[in-house]
Structure formats: structure tokens, C-alpha cells
Design a protein around this ligand. Structure first.
Ligand code: G4P
Length: 546
């Protein structure tokens, strides 16, 4: 066989595509307390990335004490360090993206989902779908991200699993396709039936535990065989058998295409805390979650798709972590790779500024001890230390010619008026607010009447981050005050329809940082009302940035 440059090019191209094809980049979405942290740890355990549960938090603590985190982060004990954790398992590379929740819920949480190729939706079996799950789910739907469902805490009293499936169907308009079926819950939780293999997986009350050791639960056994009687009494066996028949008859069989198109979700059951059902979930993610897809882009004015196997290295910044070290104004930009084989030391260009960066010290985030990687492929996330050169939504590539669609903005849920304590600095404030809005820290709106600045965010923490940065980087002391607005929607439609709406709602119209019109409503009720009254106007919850 000759080693012609063409043949070498082909083999290297195949290598890149094959590497990308073994990536599974996913995020976990859930309502606080459903068990996201516990599941994260146990997935890392199942993937062999850590040896005992409890390490994730411990590592976070270490890192906080080692580096000089932003003051408010330290005060509030928020871990923003590990935005992604990578582990190699079963021939696949898993990248688990962290979606900050709780009080550190912010636009970053939404943006992280734009870097995910799939999401695991964790439901508390006793509570079903909760408000934050729904919000995050909507973002996934907007981005066509396929969802895998994990019904957690089966070791506690749970709702009837049939009702949980109904809720998924009715609230999310998703077809649930259970792959397992639980035998009881809480004190009577005995395990689950693998519906595809007709095998029973026994749950041991004393198995698993916080240290998370799957060895504590016996392996699968034939459901129709004799061995199952040591775990299920005849009534339980009959009930499980009937339920399995019922659920298989009532639900559509799992269809990979329908899942990838966002119409169906495979449903897993388990207990993250007791490390039960977690191996099966990880296996399911490996088997069904998609590798990175081709991404729509523009190159030299032409619309095209960047395929993961393309030679040119490219990616987009979905998150910027500022002030990791306030003395150096260091920032870490998190880049989701879309194509090529990235290697350390490579030069990449920023599309909109044309600036070139030598990426000599990329950060890769292995959950195990191995911290440094020499190369990365589509689906992977690398952290690029920089001094404010990189911004959220930036496209990077070797040629500098590729531009991916900008990251969307999401309708803020908290809108506050901002004032600077020293009135002489009002002009200075405008510049600073615009620059933070461009960076994606918060959103900025100008009502068409009056001279207020309205700052919008999806989480309270964003205001604190903003106040902190205004004080430290711009020497501006600001005060946030309640605003009369509760909701914001981008308004789109024909010019005449828009004018009709805006002329009748002058006091509730504003513009965003790109001068696009926004409806600043008092409440979601007003939005519902306006949507009904003005069917030709679209009230959008998100805006794709050019
Ligand atoms: P979150 O990140 O989604 O907010 O949830 P997290 O994992 O912190 O879990 C929330 C609580 O639920 C924790 O209890 C955790 O131990 C518990 N939990 C998670 N998964 C399971 C499960 O499968 N079964 C049971 N029974 N409990 C589960 P906590 O008491 O609030 O915290 P901790 O003191 O245990 O850390």
C-alpha cells in the first residue's frame, strides 16, 4: 500500500471522524434536590473516573482553597470550577457538562445546554416534573437536544410510575419509552425488570450506599427462571409481570430516530444515592445519545455545515469564566469543538475580530487524575485561558473564516433598574453595562420612554456578579432597584403588525443591546393576553444572536 499524501489525508480524516463519533457530550437537567450532584458522582463512578463517591465535592473544595476565586463565589461557596468532566469508558469518551442550578442558576446554565449533544433529565420519583426541570427542558427542545429520562430516588416512596410516564407525555409532549420497569418503591423497592432482555436486576437494601459500590447489588438474572424467587415473592413477580405487559402494550417501543428528533425519551429508573440503575443509564447514554452533529455555519458569506470529521479545527465559546484570579484579569473561555483534531500549541483565530491565539495551555477536565491531554476532537470542551479576548458566542477556527450562529439570549426572569451612586458617572455606566451585556453577563434593555437602564437575568446571582465586576473593573458603585417589569419577550412580525402593537403599548416597549424591539410586560399574564390579542406578532422567549 502506498502512503501517498492523499491516502494519508484520507486516513487522518477518518481518524478525526471516528474520534468524534466516540464522543458523548451531555448535560444533566433537573430541579434542585432531584439528585443531579449525586447522579453526577455516580456516573463518574460507573465510568471508572473516580473510585468513591464524595470526591466531586471534595475536589471542588480543594480547588477553591487553592486558587483565588472571585470574592462572592468564595462567600457563597459556589463551585464554578469544573464546567465539564471527561471520562473514557467502554470505548467512548463521555463529556459531562455541568449546568449550574440552585441559586447559581444563570444564563450560563442555559448556554451550557447549547454545547450539549444530549441531556439527561433527572426526576425525583416522588415529585415528577418540577418547574426548573420544565424550564431547562424547554431550552433543550428549542435546541433539538435529545433527552434521556432518569427517574431517581426509587428507594423512597414514589409516585405510581404509570402516572410519571403520563406526566412526561402530557407536560412535555414527549413519548416516554421505558426500558426498565421498577418493582415497588421505598421500603418495598425490590429492583427492576429490564424490559428488553427480560432480566431482573435485584436491588439490595444494603447495596450501593453513599460510597456507591455496584458490587452491593447482584447482577441481572432471568426473570422467568427460578433464581428470581429469592428476590421477589410470587405476588410481586406476578404484579411486575402484569405491569410490564401493560406498559409495553401502552407505550410506543423505543425508536432511536424519534429520540434523536426530540419526540421520544427512553426512561430509566434507579437510585443515584444507592448506585442502582446508574450503570444501565450510562450504558444507555453510550448506546443512544448521539455523537456531535454537523453544525450550521457561514464561511466567507456562504452558508454551510461543519462536520465533526472536517480537518479544520473549529469551535464556539459557550461560557466565559471571569476573574479566576482577579490580579491577572484572567478568563477561561470554554470552547466546544465542532471539528478537527485540536492539539496543544495550535493557533486559532477569532472570527469576528481576526485575532489569533496560540492555545499553549488548554485546560481539559478529566475527572480522574489525568489532567493534561494533548489533543481533542469535536464534542470535547477545552478551557482557554485569555485576557478578555474571547467572548461568549465567539467562533474560533484555524482559518478564522468560520462563523457559527451566535448563542441565543433567553428571556430574563428578573428585570431590575440599575442606577450608579455617583450621577456624574452615568455615561460611564452606559458603556460598562453595554460591554457586560455584550459579554453575556446580563442583558440590557432601554425602555423607549425615560432614561432607565433595565438589566435582565435569569438568576439572582448574575446581578451579584455584575455588581462585583462593575465595582472592580469599572470603579462603579451601582444600586439595583425593582423595575415595573416582570417579563421580557422579543417581538417579531410584519412591520405594520409590529407598529400596531408597539403604538398601543409605548410604555412597555424597549430595545435590547442590538436595538431589537422587546415587550417589557408586567407579568406573564400580560404576555398571554397580548399573544391572544395580537396573533400576528410573535412573542419570543429566546433570540438567536447573529
Ligand atoms: P441536586 O444536585 O439535584 O440538588 O441534588 P443532590 O444530588 O444534592 O441530592 C439532593 C438530596 O437528595 C441529597 O440529600 C441526596 O443525598 C438525596 N438523593 C439523591 N439521590 C437519591 C436517591 O436516589 N435516593 C435517596 N433516598 N436520596 C437521594 P440531602 O440530605 O439533601 O443531602 P446530603 O446531606 O445527603 O448531601
Amino acid at each position: 500500500m502506498s502512503n501517498s499524501p492523499a491516502a494519508e489525508a484520507t486516513s487522518s480524516r477518518l481518524g478525526i471522524a471516528a474520534q468524534a463519533a466516540r464522543r458523548r457530550t451531555f448535560a444533566i437537567i433537573s430541579h434542585p434536590d432531584a439528585g443531579k450532584t449525586t447522579l453526577t458522582e455516580n456516573l463518574l463512578l460507573a465510568g471508572g473516573a473516580i473510585r468513591a463517591a464524595g470526591q466531586v465535592r471534595a475536589r471542588g473544595e480543594n480547588r477553591r482553597t487553592r486558587s483565588d476565586w472571585m470574592k462572592i463565589e468564595r462567600e457563597r461557596g459556589i463551585s464554578v470550577s469544573a464546567s465539564v468532566m471527561t471520562f473514557d469508558h467502554d470505548g467512548l469518551m463521555f463529556n459531562l457538562l455541568d449546568t449550574p442550578g440552585h441559586e447559581d442558576f444563570s444564563e450560563d446554565t442555559y448556554r451550557t445546554l447549547t454545547a450539549a449533544d444530549a441531556a439527561v433529565m433527572v426526576l425525583d420519583a416522588a415529585k415528577g416534573i418540577e418547574p426548573q426541570t420544565l424550564k431547562l427542558f424547554e431550552v433543550c427542545r428549542l435546541r433539538d437536544i435529545p433527552i434521556v429520562t432518569f427517574i431517581n430516588k426509587m428507594d423512597r416512596e414514589a409516585q405510581d410510575p404509570f402516572e410519571l410516564l403520563d406526566e412526561i407525555g402530557s407536560k412535555l409532549a414527549l413519548d416516554p419509552a421505558p426500558l426498565y420497569w421498577p418493582a415497588g418503591s421505598g421500603g418495598r423497592f425490590k429492583g427492576m425488570l429490564d424490559l428488553r432482555r427480560d432480566q431482573f436486576l435485584p436491588f439490595m437494601k444494603k447495596g450501593g450506599g453513599a460510597a456507591g459500590n455496584e458490587d452491593g447489588h447482584p447482577g441481572p438474572i432471568a426473570f422467568r427462571g427460578n433464581a428470581v424467587v429469592s428476590y421477589l415473592d410470587p405476588d410481586e413477580q406476578e404484579e411486575l409481570s402484569e405491569n410490564a405487559e401493560l406498559v409495553l402494550g401502552a407505550s410506543k417501543p423505543f425508536d432511536a430516530q424519534s429520540f434523536l428528533e426530540g419526540h421520544m425519551t427512553p426512561v430509566f429508573f434507579g437510585s443515584a444515592l444507592r448506585h442502582f440503575g446508574v450503570d444501565q443509564l450510562l450504558e444507555g447514554i453510550g448506546a443512544y445519545a448521539p455523537p456531535p452533529k454537523p453544525v450550521a455555519a457561514v464561511k466567507s458569506g456562504l452558508a454551510m455545515h461543519v462536520a465533526p470529521g472536517d480537518r479544520e479545527v473549529s469551535g464556539f465559546v459557550f461560557k466565559v469564566q471571569a476573574n479566576m484570579d482577579p490580579n491577572h484579569r484572567d478568563r477561561i473561555a470554554f470552547l466546544k469543538l465542532c471539528s478537527g483534531r485540536f492539539s496543544r500549541g495550535m493557533k486559532l483565530k477569532v472570527q469576528n475580530t481576526g485575532k489569533q491565539l496560540s492555545v499553549n495551555a488548554p485546560m481539559m477536565f478529566f475527572a480522574s487524575d489525568r489532567e493534561l491531554a494533548e489533543d481533542a476532537f469535536a464534542g470535547d470542551v477545552i478551557g482557554i485561558p485569555n485576557h478578555g479576548v474571547l467572548r461568549v458566542g465567539d467562533s474560533l477556527s484555524e482559518s478564522g473564516l468560520l462563523r457559527f450562529a451566535g448563542l441565543p439570549n433567553f428571556a430574563p426572569e428578573i428585570l431590575q433598574r440599575v442606577r450608579v451612586k455617583d450621577p456624574l458617572k452615568a455615561k460611564h455606566l452606559k458603556k460598562a453595562l453595554e460591554s457586560l451585556a455584550e459579554e453575556g453577563v446580563t442583558q440590557l434593555f432601554r425602555p423607549s420612554l425615560g432614561s432607565d437602564f433595565i438589566v435582565g437575568a435569569v438568576g439572582q446571582l448574575q446581578f451579584e456578579v455584575m455588581a462585583d465586576r462593575l465595582a472592580n473593573e469599572y470603579q462603579l458603585e451601582v444600586i439595583f432597584e425593582p423595575s415595573p417589569y416582570g417579563e421580557a419577550r422579543w417581538i417579531l412580525g410584519e412591520k405594520a403588525d409590529l407598529e400596531d402593537f408597539t403604538s398601543k403599548h409605548r410604555s412597555a416597549i424597549g430595545t435590547d443591546i442590538d436595538d431589537q424591539p422587546v415587550y417589557l410586560a408586567k407579568s406573564s399574564w400580560d404576555i398571554g393576553y397580548a399573544t391572544e390579542r395580537y396573533p400576528k406578532v410573535r412573542f419570543e422567549r429566546s433570540k438567536e444572536r447573529a
